[in-house]
Write a protein that binds this ligand. Sequence first.
Ligand SMILES: Cc1cc2nc3c(=O)[nH]c(=O)nc-3n(C[C@H](O)[C@H](O)[C@H](O)COP(=O)(O)O)c2cc1C
Length: 367
Amino acid sequence: MASPSSTSSLKTAYPWIKLPLITSAPMRLISNAALATTVSLAHGIGFIGAGSDISSLSEELSKARDLLSTSPTLQTKYNDTLPIGIGFLLWGAPLTETLTILSKPENTPAAVWLFAPQTSSQLKEWSQGIRTVTSQKTKIWIQVTSVHEALEATKTASPDVLVIQGTDAGGHGAAQGAGITSLVPETIDAVTSLCNNNPSIPLPAFIATGGISDGRAIASALALGAQGTCLGTRFLAAHESAIAPGYRNAVIAISDGGRTTIRSSVYDTLRGTTSWPSGYGGRGVLNASFRDHQAGMADEDNKRLYEEAVASGGDEGWEGERARLTTYAGTGVGLVKRVESARDITVGLRGEAKGVLRRLADLASTM
Ligand SMILES: Cc1cc2nc3c(=O)[nH]c(=O)nc-3n(C[C@H](O)[C@H](O)[C@H](O)COP(=O)(O)O)c2cc1C
């Protein structure tokens, strides 16, 4: 079992957070400054999703500074860094240019989230580079999708935080994977044993992600041994997310995510995002594009229909039998019922999780 001190190490690294820790995922094009800062101002940690393209990163960080300046308390609680994180997709993001941006003191984020390297040496280069240019102020978070990947990442890059992504996650993840119920405890045990046997490798903190959409799931992630949680799909319904109205409506409307979403590479083929390393797929709502692909339609024809749907710009492209546009979402989509502010989502989730944990403590006292 991981040391309970990891929870206090998160509190030390991020003094503004309240427990249980709730973080919002770095969703490319969707998680911008508005979402990330609102989650952090609500005492979670919000991540900007730079993804594989850093062309608007400096602008987003400037917006984040403006938005955070409304909260002097938060700023003074953590003077040296911006109290948000930034997520990068290593297969596409340029390291040198990223380091130039992060080396400016006003841009130093509290956390950087690394995902989907082409090679494990990229994890080392990115972690070392970021630690150097930020004088170790920025903590390294690495998202992993299996026990094997977690051990490799820990040996290679000594992350401060491992984000353990289960297969229920929305967006990209391992094409073949396990849910957090088995993945989180097995990963924690394996990484803890690795660190115990190699005192030069510090024990990271563990964050669970994938299919977590309400307080019950947050409480269960803590029971599995995680010190905190990360949610993507639930924050798609935040006012602050940069998301098309039709996409957001689909997220609210859809239920029974195990049946209505699928992890596949077909959405990458249609969108032209084909540089992902092998072994990844994106989980999205199962739609007409996927059904046609399954029925044997040629990629070329499917892509033409997809592009027509994009060009039509109407909301009918997102919902219903004829929907063709990509609606990345996790299996927890059925628990997302309404559009709310990211603040209400973050504060509400924390309250719900605490309520569940209290009920469980009461239950345990009767046993
Ligand atoms: C629309 C969408 C976009 C995403 N984009 C990224 C990304 O750019 N980088 C990344 O590391 N993870 C990305 N993810 C995955 C999240 O980091 C996280 O693993 C996932 O959202 C957790 O599962 P949940 O959606 O069930 O909460 C994305 C997820 C979604 C739903």
